[in-house]
Design a protein around this ligand. Structure first.
Ligand code: UFG
Length: 332
């Protein structure tokens, strides 16, 4: 049993990870400022502290009071488009706030961190599948600030012996029976498709003239429950004496190593809801690489991670089941 602080534990990935950590017998405290998270998403076995991870002194106190041994850092600003028009917010929260969290951890003697990173650190890849040692050339402040914090983890490892795992998520999707995706604004494809079904809101597919078999972009989708399982394994990999983090920082892609096109996502959703879903094809969205697929073997060999829910039907189907059980999203 490990005592873990989860920042962003009221968010989509954070809450599902909290549930997985609790199920594995860990003790969990959640730190979330609820600007994008939902208190109703925090699993009942975890205690929610409403606050910012970027405030060093209170975070240090919290770490000491709770006897925290490891931090799962899921909280962040995470909208690509917003990051381009408001980069300061991303540098302040994702970089400066993140460093305040690391300083609080250092002062409180917490030497284990698992970090929610992103495929956005790669930018437009030269080739796919993308291995972890591909060049990091982010094309927006979101990806740049995630890359910068990965660098901070590496240097804290060298200077202070911090053990860290950065998990570079590809496209997270799906829901568990209790926990799902509820963002405002919602920019991601699968929720946009389901919202179109739910509310009749117009659905636009951004571009069908990409160099892919059906002309639409291809993404590597990973079920949020599988993602949570990877977090559990990553926390274990930061244990004192574990050779996987003896070098300080470990980085792993989290994807399944295959991809689905935007048209395939719509078709899967049509199969799930049982009727056609009308959409229009609009212009390309700025900054969308044609294909993003992970080379996923490191997470398999180093973390022993094997995704269990790899079909689009399981991801879209679980997301749809959650939306139907929670019309309009979380109550708060
Ligand atoms: N898309 C549409 N219509 C929509 C929404 C999305 O056609 O209404 C398309 C996008 O253009 C893209 C695909 O669906 O081709 C997937 O888009 P998402 O917004 O769902 O996801 P992204 O691939 O853009 O985002 C993911 C992660 C981000 C990360 C980014 C890196 O969710 O955190 O990859 O490029 F920054």
């Amino acid at each position: 049993m490990t005592t873990i602080l989860v920042t962003g534990g009221a968010g989509y990935v954070g809450s599902v990870s909290v549930a997985a950590l609790l199920a594995a017998g860990h003790e969990v405290a959640v730190l979330d400022d609820l600007t994008t998270g939902h208190s109703a998403a925090v699993p009942s076995g975890a205690r929610l502290v409403v606050g910012s991870y970027g405030e060093q002194a209170p975070v240090e106190r919290l770490l000491r009071e709770r006897g925290v041994e490891a931090i799962l850092h899921c909280a962040a600003r995470s909208l690509v488009g917003e990051s381009i028009i408001d980069p300061g917010k991303y540098y302040r929260d994702n970089v400066a706030g993140g460093v305040a969290l690391l300083e609080a951890a250092r002062a409180a003697g917490v030497g284990r961190v698992v970090f929610s990173s992103t495929a956005a650190v790669y930018g437009v890849p030269d080739a796919t599948p993308i291995p972890e040692d591909a060049p990091l050339r982010p094309i927006n402040p979101y990806g740049e600030t995630k890359r910068t914090f990965e660098g901070a983890l590496r240097w804290y490892g060298a200077a202070y012996g911090l053990r860290s795992v950065s998990l570079r998520y590809f496209n997270v999707a799906g829901a568990t029976a209790e926990l799902g995706e509820d963002h405002d604004p919602e920019t991601h494809l699968i929720p946009a498709v389901l919202r179109a079904v739910e509310t009749g809101a117009p659905l636009t597919i951004f571009g069908d003239d990409y160099p892919t078999p059906d002309g639409t972009c291809i993404r590597d989708y990973i079920h949020v429950a599988d993602l949570a399982d990877a977090h559990l394994r990553a926390i274990e990999a930061t244990a004192p004496g574990d050779p996987r983090t003896d070098g300080g920082a470990l980085v792993c892609n989290l994807g399944v190593g295959g991809g689905f096109s935007n048209r395939e996502v719509v078709a899967a959703a049509e199969a799930v809801v049982g009727h056609a879903i009308p959409f229009t094809v609009g212009p390309r969205r700025v900054g969308d690489p044609p294909v993003l697929v992970a080379a996923a073997d490191r997470a398999a060999t180093v973390l022993g991670w094997r995704p269990q829910h790899t079909t689009l039907e399981s991801m879209v189907g679980s997301a749809w089941a959650w939306r139907q059980a929670n019309p309009g999203g979380y109550r708060d």
